[in-house]
Design a binder for this molecule. Sequence first.
Ligand SMILES: N[C@@H](CCC(=O)N[C@@H](CS)C(=O)NCC(=O)O)C(=O)O
Length: 65
Amino acid sequence: MPVDLPTLKVISHTLCPYVQRSIITLLEKQIPHEREYIDLSNKPDWFLKISPLGRVPILLVGHLA
Ligand SMILES: N[C@@H](CCC(=O)N[C@@H](CS)C(=O)NCC(=O)O)C(=O)O
């Protein structure tokens, strides 16, 4: 029986090796996901609220929009 997976979104940075490993794994496993790339030299407030250390990657599970 198919299972509805929650929406996954990876908050990312283009040069981050931790992000790259996460994305490679998601692609290899064919797991649908969204990505949002942020500027780590100008971190958005919404990002700092969910990542108190200000680091990527962050995985949002079942987020809206
Ligand atoms: N795996 C560690 C390391 C993640 C990490 O260091 N990410 C870097 C980019 S590769 C980062 O977000 N640096 C921004 C900063 O430290 O201000 C974690 O998730 O805490």
